[in-house]
Ligand binder design. Structure first.
Ligand SMILES: [Zn+2]
Length: 403
């Protein structure tokens, strides 16, 4: 399928500023030519021609933190847990959520944990063209030492040897990354690094030997003066883990080290933004709301420290793993700008930098000749108002028009 988009405002995911009046040609699903200057028509038969005047063309976006097996919403996580023994139900739901994300312009995704590693099967089904969805980089199960996550969906290990076996299993199943929990709480509410340096390093080393990245969940709903809450993220970074997920508590030294080592931060600020906004409607108890607000405040402080030191920050919502719905990455991008990120950096956090994290930048994440035509046309200009990304005019994946 061949396509011409002319006179469009281009955000290519690379340049610091948009370029007005650009023409992009797609042939056989690949970006074949890019040229500047207003053109009335190309008059090429057998090409779909779109006049892009007043529209913005961008790379399709990539949500770096999703759980396709969960629907989001107030009770979504609980429902995913309750039905974790019914793989067919979970797979059906994951397929529906993949479609929702794609329709919102999210042409790629990273799934960071699913019961039984169902998201690996989902990623394969999408790659095979059996199911519409983003191109998915999928971890298998969540792996933890005790006290990171309650609930039945997780693989819990207690020794280094068990961790090694479970990671081997995930890799054999076809995982595209390894996801572990790195933070937990003592009974008195103080925090600690659950893995210990040796195990955290084993996780990073095993992932890297298999050509994968390792992601660590680091999360507290406690004020910053709670003892131990900065330890988990620091230890994960020191051990060579590639991305800190949530990262509610990242101190100055850890932010500096992340910048040095090239560690990514996925703040998932949607996770507490959604319940805080819904608090009145849900009748959320005061203490619960206070916990979400504490997370929000410590996350904003951590993101600011990361921005100050130049840490690579990527956009991820935690859709399905939190009350957040799939296909809402634009809200996360808005939150990143509210935490001090420039709009163009928030766009890169959801396109080129996100593709760098998932190891897919050679194929997607920017608009360049030779790359796959995963593109979105936006009615408006997200540089002036990120909300324009809610007005999707068209979505293309591999040059095929999806929406
Ligand atoms: Zn998550």
């Amino acid at each position: 399928m061949n396509l011409l988009i002319r006179n469009v405002n281009l955000i290519d995911g690379k340049e610091p500023r948009p370029t007005p009046s650009v023409n992009v040609v797609v042939e056989d699903g690949v970006i074949a030519w890019i040229g500047e200057g207003a053109v009335s028509s190309f008059k090429r038969p057998h090409y779909e021609e779109i006049n892009g005047q007043d529209l913005t063309l961008m790379p399709g976006t990539l949500d770096c933190h999703e759980h396709f097996c969960g629907d989001g919403g107030r009770y979504g996580v609980r429902i995913m847990s309750q039905e974790s023994d019914n793989r067919d139900v979970l797979f059906g739901r994951a397929a529906a959520n993949a479609r929702r994300s794609l329709m919102a312009g999210q042409t790629s995704a990273r799934d960071v944990g699913s019961p039984h590693g169902i998201s690996i099967t989902l990623a394969r089904a999408v790659a095979a063209g059996s199911i519409p969805g983003p191109r998915i980089t999928a971890s298998g199960q969540w792996i933890q030492f005790p006290t990171t996550w309650p609930g039945a969906n997780m693989r819990t290990v207690t020794t280094l040897e068990q961790m090694r076996d479970v990671i081997q299993e995930q890799i054999a199943q076809g995982a595209g990354l390894i996801k572990v929990g790195a933070t937990g709480e003592h009974e008195d509410g103080t925090g600690y690094a659950t893995l210990g340096f040796e195990v955290a390093k084993l996780v990073a080393d095993m992932a890297h030997e298999a050509g994968l990245k390792a992601a660590a969940h680091c999360w507290y709903a406690r004020p910053e003066d709670t003892p131990g809450v900065f330890d988990g993220a620091r230890q994960a970074v020191e051990a060579g883990i590639d991305s800190i997920e949530h990262g509610t508590h990242i101190d100055e030294d850890t932010a500096k080290l992340m910048a040095e080592k090239g560690t990514y931060h996925t703040p998932t600020q949607s996770t507490w933004d959604y319940p805080v906004r819904a608090a009145a409607r849900w009748g959320l108890p005061k203490e619960e709301l206070a916990r979400y607000e504490a997370q929000r405040d410590s996350s904003i402080a951590s993101v600011k420290r990361c921005l100050k030191h130049g840490v690579k920050i990527v956009a991820g919502t935690d859709a399905g793993g939190a009350p957040v719905r799939h296909g809402t990455l634009v809200r996360e991008m808005e939150l990143l700008t509210q935490s001090g990120m420039e709009p163009m950096d928030a766009i890169k956090a959801a396109t080129s930098l996100a593709a760098e994290l998932t190891g897919t930048l050679d194929q997607v994440g920017t608009i360049e000749v030779g790359k796959l035509a995963d593109l979105i046309l936006v009615d408006g200009d997200p540089m002036y108002d990120m909300a324009a990304l809610r007005n999707i005019w068209a979505v293309f994946q591999g040059g095929r028009r999806i929406r």
